[in-house]
Design a protein around this ligand. Structure first.
Ligand SMILES: NC(=O)c1ccc[n+]([C@@H]2O[C@H](COP(=O)([O-])OP(=O)(O)OC[C@H]3O[C@@H](n4cnc5c(N)ncnc54)[C@H](OP(=O)(O)O)[C@@H]3O)[C@@H](O)[C@H]2O)c1
Length: 251
């Protein structure tokens, strides 16, 4: 039996984690969402009755601390897998290059703040809220969902200059994974920044970096692949930034 908490599970990849993980009745599956009721209703509508949905907002530390308390009661005081999935996507800056923020300084600051608040500070809040439960697990895996769009070599090889606040926030979580990996090495907690691939949800971007690219993968394929990577993960890889293939192939 393994327990999973998905932070940001209302839709997209996060919701797909709930669907796939709950298909195994041995799993304890807990989703956190800003607004749990529609998620509970959607699951019920699909006949899924073994998922707990709790309130949790990446920008609200108290909500994550309260959710961790509830999780502790559900799991008996430990947590095997924490997956920090939710993110602020900054749609309005997707096609704005760094220099094009000239004259748009207010937009730059507000979008950078929103991206960092949810994606980076929210990851820290989430991990800090659940770390004591992780310490009590035998499995001890903490995953931050990142993006290939934060891979410096991929950016340098391509021609996509947009999504600056989003990419900065994802590059920051890659660094965060290493910081946590170093801090909790002796506790045996394994951290990973994991890219889901380019996935057919609402947020699809740069298709120009690989001429052989066939199009976005399904959420099913993304989550199944990521779970394989998570399953195989050992303390040796703690702090890494990997793709859903378990390497640096981001597509
Ligand atoms: N799709 C891709 O191709 C792709 C590629 C690379 C990386 N990613 C990463 O994969 C993850 C999931 O993306 P997605 O494509 O599934 O996006 P999505 O369909 O837009 O879903 C975003 C999720 O994040 C949640 N969220 C946003 N702000 C939140 C907050 N403050 N607190 C809690 N939850 C919050 C949303 O909840 P609400 O319903 O409450 O808004 C929603 O569940 C993200 O980290 C994204 O950066 C996706």
């Amino acid at each position: 039996m393994a327990s999973y908490v998905i932070v940001g599970a209302s839709r997209g990849i996060g919701y797909k984690y709930l669907q796939i993980l709950s298909a195994n009745p041995d799993n304890i599956v807990i989703g956190l969402a800003r607004n749990p009721v529609p998620v509970q209703e959607k699951l019920r509508g699909e006949g899924i009755s073994n998922v707990h949905v709790l309130q949790g907002d990446l920008t609200d530390n108290a909500s994550l601390v309260a959710a961790a308390k509830e999780v502790s009661q559900i799991t008996g005081g430990s947590l095997d897998h924490l997956i920090v999935n939710g993110a602020y996507l900054s749609d309005s800056t997707q096609f704005i290059s760094p220099s094009e923020f000239k004259g748009k300084e207010d937009l730059l600051v507000s979008e950078l703040n929103s991206s960092m608040a949810a994606n980076v500070v929210g990851a820290i809040y989430s991990i800090n809220a659940f770390i004591d439960l992780s310490k009590k697990s035998e499995i001890k895996k903490i995953i931050i969902i990142s993006s290939g769009a934060a891979d410096l070599d991929l950016i340098a090889a391509g021609s996509w200059t947009g999504a600056v606040p989003y990419c900065i926030s994802k590059a920051a979580v890659n660094l965060l994974a290493v910081k946590y990996a170093v801090e909790f090495k002796t506790d045996g907690i394994i951290f990973l920044a994991l890219s889901p691939g380019l996935v057919a949800t609402e947020q699809n971007n740069n298709l120009e970096t690989n001429p052989t690219f066939k199009g976005p993968i399904s959420m099913e394929e993304s989550v199944t692949s990521m779970l394989e990577v998570i399953q195989k993960l050992t303390i040796k890889e703690s702090g890494s930034f990997l793709s859903h293939h378990g390497d640096k192939n981001w597509l």
